[in-house]
Design a protein around this ligand. Structure first.
Ligand code: PMP
Length: 453
């Protein structure tokens, strides 16, 4: 039973285990938004496999697609051989891409995880340019293999030049908080907040420009720039569209391939099929995983054919051909596209964000709420703590952990992220109903009220 399983696993599992520490549940059944634990309790799952489950748990079209492969007698392990299942997945994937990539793009199937695809992207741009260094951003998360980890925010790696990400609330240029206000909740909707967000993005863009153009920066031209259109693990930080376009223009002007990591933002999550569609930028390399596998492990990169200069086997991996994942993924991509779940995510996400703003107006422990589509974040702060140079109070890390526990007590699963793990993140399935959205926010509101009491 639940207690025994938890006890045995905590004895045997590694000290590196993560989610299991803050979420001591033992899932035995799941459907849509709901997970049922071994204790018979039901939970609303707004973690969604770290943003993987675009259609929620065990969606019928996904199950049907998996069953069809199993019943067909097709081989489940095929390395990277061509198969009808792979052909159908690739066709469906290309139908969703911006025209330049759909017509002239190449796809490389990577090892099972997002980090494998990031690794492939880095190898690709290094091979194609003959250069080595990278530009990456503060707060970034790209994965746990060596290259992806080096490109992630906390890492110190001499081959990576770290540039400030336009984080309006904790603006790296000290324009956040009151007055010039980078996006304190009260101001974010108003012109001051918008102004400061643009100002911060402008300075962040100029910083990147200087590093690339000024010989005094001492930074050699890199093999690529890698960024997330919305930082997820970094605390749900949407980059302004204008800044993304600047990064696209800048990298194009300097012949630096732009790698966009849509592992978490893809497949309708942000209110567009791909987050790049909001700004209209087309990267040189698009990194995809999570939702593209319809809950099973799958990762690919799609890139401009001019970059396709690497030799056969330059990026290999035994598990590049997961037929079940491709079938589940193709079904998911088709369902999101046919039912326009991206538009649904945009509309419902905007309404949820509005309600979160209302909540923030009642709690001075909520420093900021933000998000795009159904990728939402509530940044908790310690309102009594000293205001930092960024104009914001310190992260409310303890409070966030308490909110997460209070949510769990109320049958709601949420994840934390961002600086000091002080951002409560919501990544519900795109199939969320209005009633479910209300239930999620009711429970979150209760949990916050209980945590500050
Ligand atoms: N990139 C981004 C933007 C991610 O959010 C993640 C996972 N959270 C990864 C890469 C790594 O993916 P994986 O955990 O599947 O290796």
């Amino acid at each position: 039973d639940r207690e025994q399983i938890l006890r045995r696993q905590s004895l045997r599992e590694s000290g590196a285990r993560t989610y299991a520490r803050s979420l001591p549940i033992v899932p035995v059944r799941a459907r849509g938004l709901t997970i049922e634990g071994a204790d018979g309790r039901r939970y609303l799952d707004c973690l969604s496999g770290a943003g993987t489950l675009a259609l929620g748990h065990n969606h019928p079209v996904v199950l049907e697609a998996i069953r069809a492969v199993l019943d067909s007698g097709a081989p489940l392990h095929v390395l990277d051989l061509a198969t009808p299942v792979k052909d159908a997945f690739t066709t469906e994937l290309f139908a969703t891409l911006p025209r330049e990539l759909a017509e002239h793009g190449k796809v490389q199937f990577c090892g099972p995880a997002g980090t494998d695809a990031v690794e492939a992207a880095l190898t690709l741009v290094r091979t194609a340019t003959g250069r080595d260094g990278l530009m990456a951003f503060t707060g970034a998360y790209h994965g746990m293999t060596a290259g992806a980890l080096a490109a992630s925010g906390g890492a110190r790696d001499t081959s990576v030049t770290r540039l400030p990400y336009p984080y309006a609330y904790r603006c790296p240029f000290g324009t956040g908080g009151e007055g010039e206000g980078g996006g304190g909740v009260g101001q974010q909707a108003g012109s001051a907040g918008v102004h400061a967000a643009e100002h911060g993005a402008e300075l962040a863009a100029r910083w990147a420009e200087n590093v690339l153009t000024d010989p005094k920066s001492g930074v050699p031209r890199p093999a690529g720039m890698i960024l997330e259109p919305v930082q997820g693990e970094g605390g749900v930080i949407p980059a302004p569209d204008g800044w993304l376009r600047r990064m696209r223009e800048l990298t194009a002007a300097h012949d630096v391939p732009l790698v966009v990591d849509e592992v978490q933002t893809g497949v309708g999550r942000t209110g567009a099929f791909w987050a790049i569609d909001h700004s209209g930028i087309v990267p040189d390399v698009l990194v995809l995983s999570k939702a593209i596998g319809g809950s099973l492990p799958l990762a690919v990169i799609v890139y401009r054919e001019e970059l396709d200069t690497w030799r056969p086997g330059a990026h290999a991996g035994t598990f590049r051909g997961n037929q079940l994942a491709m079938a589940a993924g193709a079904a998911t991509l088709a369902y999101v596209r046919e039912n326009d779940l991206a538009a649904r995510a945009a509309e419902l996400g905007a309404r949820m964000l509005a309600r979160l703003r209302g909540l923030a107006a009642h709690h001075d422990c909520i420093g900021d709420v933000r998000g795009r589509g159904l990728m939402l974040g509530v940044e908790l702060v310690d309102p009594e703590g000293p205001v930092g140079p960024d104009g914001a109070p310190p992260p409310g890390s303890r409070l966030a952990a308490e909110v997460q526990q209070q949510c769990l007590d109320r049958g709601l699963i949420v994840e934390l992220g961002g600086r000091g793990s002080a951002v409560v993140r919501l990544l519900p399935p795109l199939t969320l109903t209005d009633e479910q959205a209300d239930a999620v926010l009711d429970r979150l509101a209760d949990a916050i009220a209980a945590a500050v009491r």
